[in-house]
Design a protein around this ligand. Structure first.
Ligand SMILES: [Zn+2]
Ligand SMILES: [Zn+2]
Length: 427
């Protein structure tokens, strides 16, 4: 008897994998139509009004209990367009599955027949793929209710690109109004992996992001009389070069960190030494202690160079981290990641589920884990035609005006992976 049940277990996963394939096959035409509708009508962060209404309506049609307009921002006037769909199916764990919903201020250049119809707005990060995947997964799990038990929470999150939406939903009582999840999972498309292939990374997966403003203040004056000024442009130039040594000389080579000055503004005319120069930076790290040290170093270096230039104390540089535009690193719970990877390899084949390197881009999905109190995992799904990878073509990255995921295999792989992951965790 024992051998028999062991045998059954051995074969159960592939059988489910195959029947799931045919279930997804039946759904693909409607999922592709949904994807193209989302893609053609992008809405920016905090403006996802119509998009979220479609997500909510579709989930209601699938039999979920749906709440919408969830999310409270700190900025007055912003409306939270978060969607939560719940399906209770007996006792068991609570699984949160999240898709983001917002698009980017990019003018699409793909030339696709279903390209964005809205000028200067584009789903250039694939959040349209994610929403379609959420709806496909919702449909599969509704049909497979006999195979799982517990509570499913499907979340449509607004404002990911400005890393505000997850916090806004939590601030609006997400975990008071709905059961607190046992696990939270998400998937993001990947602009360098073959379409439909799943990537996983145990541990640190995406970096923390800090938006930093640095105002270098000097004492302005005539461009022909530098001796009677303190030139903030020269100080800014020195600061920018000195900042490069924070990563190269102060940081362990084994701790990834990036300090990028992406914007510099100062001065109005060639013969005027201005009063100040504005620098805007992004800082990326994984470990909280590295993050703290790098930010402190930026302030120290800037103040030290200003002091060396003879800028008076009361005109010292102003260093500012913008909390509303910053986010923690995404840490994939290692045990949960391995468990999901094994389940996906059984259901999709080992060649289609590969371990990948961590990324220095950032996400606010990790916030749903409440500082690692709830284990979270974010997976990736490849979105690129494998022939283009084989030819060694230069591939447009996420956020590029040329980014064009291959819809069918990408959505197929993502729906299968998220369905298998949910079945594994709601077991
Ligand atoms: Zn993005
Ligand atoms: Zn994204």
């Amino acid at each position: 008897m024992k051998t028999l049940s062991a045998l059954f277990l051995l074969f159960a996963a592939p059988i489910l994998g195959q029947s799931l394939d045919s279930m997804i096959d039946r759904e693909v035409p409607s999922l592709l139509a949904t994807y193209k509708t989302f893609h053609a009508a992008p809405e920016l962060s905090c403006q996802e009004e119509k998009t979220s209404a479609v997500v909510a309506a579709r989930l209601r049609e699938l039999g979920y209990i749906v709440a919408d307009h969830i999310g409270k921002y700190n900025e007055p006037g912003l409306v939270g367009y978060g969607v939560v769909a719940m399906m209770k199916n007996g006792d068991g764990p609570v699984l949160l599955v999240r898709s983001d919903m917002d698009a980017l201020p990019v003018q699409e250049q793909t030339g696709l027949p279903y390209a964005s119809t809205v000028a200067t707005k584009m789903h250039a990060c694939g959040h349209d793929i994610h929403m379609t995947t959420l709806l496909g997964t919702a449909k599969m799990l509704g049909q497979l209710k006999s195979q799982w038990h517990g509570t499913l929470l499907l979340v449509g999150q607004p404002a990911e690109e400005v890393v505000k939406g997850a916090s806004a939903m939590l601030r609006d009582g997400l975990y008071d109004r709905f059961p607190r999840p046992t696990y939270a999972i998400a998937i993001h498309d990947n602009a360098s992996m073959p379409a439909g292939q799943i990537g996983y990374t145990p541990g640190y997966f995406m970096a923390s992001a800090d938006s930093v403003n640095l105002t270098i203040r000097g004492l302005g004056g005539h461009g022909a009389s530098p001796q009677s000024t303190k030139d903030p442009i020269v100080v800014a130039a020195e600061v920018i070069l000195a900042l490069q040594t924070i990563v190269s000389r102060e940081n362990s080579p084994l701790d990834p960190a990036v300090v990028t000055v992406g914007s510099i503004h100062g001065g109005t005319k060639r013969n005027i030494i201005p009063d100040e120069v504005q620098l805007q930076m992004t800082v990326r790290t994984y470990k909280p202690e590295v993050r703290k040290r790098v930010l402190a170093s930026i302030e120290r270096v800037a103040k030290g160079i200003a002091m060396a230039a003879g800028i008076p104390e009361e005109r010292a540089p102003i260093f500012e981290v913008l909390p509303a535009e910053s986010t923690d690193s995404t840490y994939n719970d290692p045990a949960l990641t391995e468990r999901l990877a094994q389940a996906l390899k059984r259901g999709m084949g080992a060649a289609n589920v590969v371990q990948m390197d961590p990324l220095m881009v950032s996400e606010d999905f990790g916030r749903f884990g409440l500082d690692r109190q709830i284990p979270v995992v974010m997976l990736n799904v490849g979105a690129v035609d494998p022939a283009r990878i084989a030819r060694g073509e230069r591939l447009p990255s996420l956020h590029s005006s040329q980014f064009a995921p291959v819809p069918e295999p990408t959505i197929r792989g993502a729906v299968k992976a998220m369905t298998l992951a949910a079945l594994e965790l709601l077991n």
